[in-house]
Design a protein around this ligand. Sequence first.
Ligand code: OOG
Ligand code: MG
Length: 263
Amino acid sequence: MTVSIDQGQEIVEYLYTAERDAREVIKVTDKYPELTIEESYKLQDKLLERRLKENETKHVGVKLGLTSKAKQLMMGVDEAIYGYLHEDMLCLEWEPVKYSDLIHPKVEPEIAFLLGEDLEGGHITAEDVIKATKYVAPALEVIDSRYKDFKFTLVDVIADNCSSVKFVVGSKWLSPESIQLDSIGMVMTKNGKVEQTGSSAAVLGHPAEAIAWSVKELSKRGKGLKKGDIVLSGAMSEAIAFGSGDSIVAQFDGLGSVSMFCK
Ligand code: OOG
Ligand code: MG
């Protein structure tokens, strides 16, 4: 370990309160440049424990991040990551997201997978993911890095639960077998103006491939995906900034649309 138990607790407290108070902070690696990816996943676990307890919420799923080249380039990293979704992050389409609860939010279009079976182990394939998936649905993820200017290293962003803050799942749920999951075109608008276009192929070639990757990563740490989990497979395009009064809609070929309003 490059940080002591006390220092680890201090980092968790620092990131937990930054989210709670919607306050940006200096990135952790400025103070602890030696921190490793394995350590930062351990810090993420501690942060999540704290968050579950304090917010009286529960685990509802997993999110993948930086699964597309567009996002990796945008963030200056070259690896995918994962974090966790809690029930208090789930927003309904008709429920506005409150800008005053957030720091510098961005939104990105994703495909959500709802699992009908557990998935674990180091040999899971995209086919196994599709078999274990009950439904796929259009989704928007709101990310709100706690770090100043939304700038971080891979180690920083993992400790910060991969910038997670809110997500919206659309109401049209389809069987994964009823749609060609690797070629879903997407258009995202803000207040009616096109801001991003993309394809699900951008997500590691196939979103189910991205989920298979995450199962392998999780299994290295003795974890897996569970029946009932919602899994966000990662942004299909760059994320866009939004503010109070903005309306976001992402339209996915064959999957329908999902929208969000920020008040
Ligand atoms: C990290 C989270 C990335 C995605 O879908 O790529 C992510 C960030 O960009 O702040 O959720
Ligand atoms: Mg995302």
